[in-house]
Design a protein around this ligand. Structure first.
Ligand code: CA
Length: 233
């Protein structure tokens, strides 16, 4: 159901990049390769990765400079970065972490070590992905079982409506702009229009039936899941 975590591998040596990419794909990740900073930036601009594996020694811009640049930018500042390097000096390690990297791996490293570090960093960084259940008024959503019910009666929703509802329920009684919903529910993707949100909100209301009015339109601002609604008298 969930999309594969997308890992951007920034590495100028094709043999190493290939080896990492193959191992990642075998382990359930989507691996994208960039051989220098410019290419890496283009990938980051196109689709924000879930994690970046960044080589320290690159032609042109160094890995540390790239990490600093991504950390400064609001769009990429939260993307986890694992720095990869041939250096093993303690001072370089400190410098790597100072530049904004979340973790550090020294070449040569084993595949097991790489995967363990990636999983650890992703776990720390993605609390939203934790499977849980939420209750708002008479509406219950069980993320693990992928189930929604209203007053004990199960409701059918599409996958996008489910994600949308999950987010709205976790942040109930707050107004969310379309841009914010796109960012939080669809993930960072530049090709989706804000109108898409309206389409899915409409479908979500239909799927919710009686509980549909809980999803309120806040004119000029966005949408809100309201606890006080959905209880027709
Ligand atoms: Ca290199």
């Amino acid at each position: 159901m969930r999309k594969l975590p997308r890992v951007l591998v920034v590495e100028d040596e094709p043999s190493i990049a290939e080896l990492i990419a193959v191992n990642l794909r075998h382990s359930g990740f989507e691996a994208i390769w960039a051989s220098d900073g410019e290419q890496a930036q283009r990938e980051v601009d196109a689709v924000l990765p879930d994690l970046i594996l960044l080589d320290w020694m690159l032609p042109g811009q160094s890995g540390a400079a790239l990490a600093k640049q991504w950390r400064k930018h609001p769009r990429s500042k939260a993307v986890p970065i694992i720095m990869i390097t041939a250096r093993s000096e303690e001072s370089d390690k400190v410098q790597g972490l100072d530049s904004g990297a979340d973790d550090y791996l020294t070449k040569p490293f084993s595949t097991q070590e790489l995967l363990a570090r990636i999983r650890a960093v992703l776990r720390r960084r993605v609390p939203e992905a934790v499977q849980d259940s939420v209750k708002v008024g008479d509406l219950t959503l069980d993320a693990a079982a992928h189930r929604v019910s209203f007053r004990g009666r199960e409701l059918k929703t599409g996958p996008t409506e489910f994600k949308l509802l999950h987010y709205l329920m976790k942040h109930a009684d707050r107004v969310h702009s379309r841009a914010n919903l796109l960012d939080k529910v669809w993930g960072d993707h530049v090709f989706i229009e804000e109108r898409t949100v309206d389409v899915h909100i409409k479908r979500l209301r239909e799927a919710l039936g009686e509980a549909g009015p809980m999803v309120e339109t806040v004119r000029g601002a966005g949408y809100r899941l309201s606890v006080g609604q959905g209880t027709p008298s």
